[in-house]
Design a binder for this molecule. Sequence first.
Ligand SMILES: *Cc1c(COP(=O)(O)O)cnc(C)c1O
Length: 410
Amino acid sequence: MKPMGPIPAWFAQEEGMLIVGGCGAASLVDEAGDTPLFVYDMDIVEAQVRRFRAAMPEVLHLHYAIKANPYAPLLARMGTQVDGFDIASGGELEMALAAGMAPDRISFAGPGKRNDELEAAIFAGVTINLESEGEGRRALAVADNLGKAPRLAVRVNPDFDLKGSGMRMGGGAKPFGVDADRAAALARAMIDAGADWRGWHIFAGSQNLDPLAIIETQAATIALAARLSDDVGASPPLVNLGGGFGLAYFPGDERLDIRPIGVALDSALENLPDILQGSAFAIELGRWLVGEAGIYLTRVIDVKVSQGETFVVVDGGLHHQLAASGNFGTVVRRNYPIAVANRFGAAPATEPVTVVGCLCTPIDRLGDKVALPPVREGDLIAIFLAGAYGASASPAAFLGHPSPRELLLG
Ligand SMILES: *Cc1c(COP(=O)(O)O)cnc(C)c1O
């Protein structure tokens, strides 16, 4: 037997059926028409936003990094919950605008922005977080053609990283942002060229469960923003402090307590260096806002035995839920929380089972030697923490299976 990540504590059952957003899992599948199905519960997202607002300084802006989950009905609802969207492509720009987000509350990061993407962003009035000097030159040229002053911020590759993060995005050589020792010069050049300079974007890491590491990184980020702004000789309108709030996906993980982060940030914002006194501050989060709100439901097609080991074969797989297969952002494969939705809370069988997807590849493993109640054909398997980096972050075209269905509740 191998352990699995913790099932979020609020999930209950009625007559053995997992309840999601007040409905039984099987009736949700009926409503959606079929499995595999992602269900997102907006009530859980909104509770998470309330938790953020309660813990963080009132002046802090909350941005949603829409790459975590760009499902259109969810995005439309998110637009009323957060202060801005962070996007990373021209496609996400269209999604953000379609969701009704005001352009001046959208910022566009990400390496390799094409000229047509820069043009669409500048035309719309979106802030571009510059990833390089070259991108700065192209943005100015595109803006010149449009006859518009571009809104530009500089993304900094900080000289530190968020310790213990799942994915490191700062510290050392990186394709993201401009090295800290060249960032001020780039900002100055953009200001001198007539751009509307929006400030700094400093993202040091992702998927972190250690409040102290996050506190330390935020302090270093504020200090870096102050030092760079002094070098530029101008106050930044906005300092985007990055994000990094993680989720308890795996065995032994504990839910991140954000309250100490709020306390530390409160005092940091009370004691800002002079040059940042008039600046606004933002945190950008993806998975932390939406991940816990999602469940992936997939039906058991086959239960088979090979050399004494039982395999549960489901109609979903890594083409929808790559992260749960251990092939998205993790080095070692560990089990996401997983359950039999129509036997939720029942005692596990004596022998563990391995839950595999329907793709003809050995990496399509959704649960490795997990303790589940006895599983039969037709049962529903639920994978928790499926609200972020699921449907849109998985190779849906691989092997020609249908796309997953998606349903928003609440
Ligand atoms: C992906 C990304 C995020 C969101 O990361 P999460 O781990 O989902 O919170 C935020 N900012 C930037 C720049 C990103 O690339």
